[in-house]
Design a protein around this ligand. Structure first.
Ligand SMILES: [Zn+2]
Ligand SMILES: [Zn+2]
Length: 276
């Protein structure tokens, strides 16, 4: 499968000098399966760049999977040009938490007062499905998920491409140090069964020094990411949810440290295509 990084900035978008290389748009990724299946992971402001990539493909069905509904993973919905075209249809899938599920989160945002028209007035087709823990199939892509520790809840997903026998795990936003025993068992199983995922995409908002101050904010440090990936036997790691304060210089310095520890790890850059 192929993976496009629309954006992997954490918490809020940033712009201007010093943010060109890693990008300022918040989390939205596009997975293209072997048969051209389209799966979007989260709908942060990076969804604009994802939609630009989709415009170059045949119109049709797109699945949008949500880790959770914090605004940095949703804000790209309100500016999506494909929602105004009748030849596109979107299946939104996401977990239900105590504060609500995918239908409530998306339809509240795509409606006044947050947006001038409601999703019902847009030309594209929309459907909503709760992620109930069962496997989701999108053509040759097979998706499983498990809850991860984050304020209000979040889900990690594993996407197996049954055609190429490769798998990636998408795990943001997550504070591994806040895990319960159940989180640990479920996440290890997600990453390792039936075999270790080829790539782990993880939340690296903080350094271990930052994390001492921001414990409980729901994010990880890159040092914990690499330790966990090593334990899971995953050699290819893509770190994201970059702190909005971290400019290109800071992130390049971080990436040098990361690569010293694990040569197969890198920091996500908006606009890049990867093959998994
Ligand atoms: Zn976030
Ligand atoms: Zn969050």
């Amino acid at each position: 499968m192929r993976l496009f990084i629309g954006g992997m900035r954490g918490s809020r978008p940033v712009t201007g000098g010093g943010f060109e290389e890693f990008g300022g748009d918040t989390t939205s990724l596009l997975v293209i399966g072997a048969q051209g299946e389209r799966l979007i992971l989260d709908a942060g402001t990076g969804m604009v760049a994802v939609s630009e990539q989709l415009e170059d493909t045949e119109p049709g069905e797109v699945t949008v999977l949500f880790s959770h509904y914090h605004l940095d993973h949703m804000a790209g919905l309100v500016m999506n040009p494909l929602f105004y075209r009748s030849d596109w249809s979107f299946a939104f899938i996401g977990p239900t938490f105590e504060d609500g599920g995918v239908h409530q989160a998306v339809t509240h945002l795509l409606a006044p007062p947050y947006w001038p028209i409601s999703y019902e007035q847009m030309a594209a087709q929309f459907e909503f499905n709760d992620f109930d823990g069962n496997v989701i199939r999108v053509g040759t892509l097979s998706v499983r998920g498990c809850p991860i520790p984050h304020p209000g809840g979040a889900m990690a997903y594993r996407i197996d491409d049954t055609e190429s026998n490769s798998a990636l795990v998408f795990a943001t936003d997550m504070e591994w140090r806040d895990r319960t025993d159940e989180h640990e068992v479920l996440f290890v199983t997600l990453c390792c069964e039936p075999n270790p995922a080829e790539m782990l995409i993880m939340d690296a908002h903080f350094s271990s020094i930052d994390l001492e101050t921001f414990s409980g904010w729901g994010h990880m440090c890159w040092e914990d990411d690499l330790e966990l990936a090593e334990r899971l036997g995953v050699k290819r790691v893509l770190l994201g949810h970059h702190a909005p304060e971290a400019n290109d210089e800071t992130l390049n310095d971080r990436e040098r440290e990361v690569k010293k520890r694990m040569p197969g790890a890198a920091l996500a850059r908006a606009g890049q295509w990867l093959t998994v």
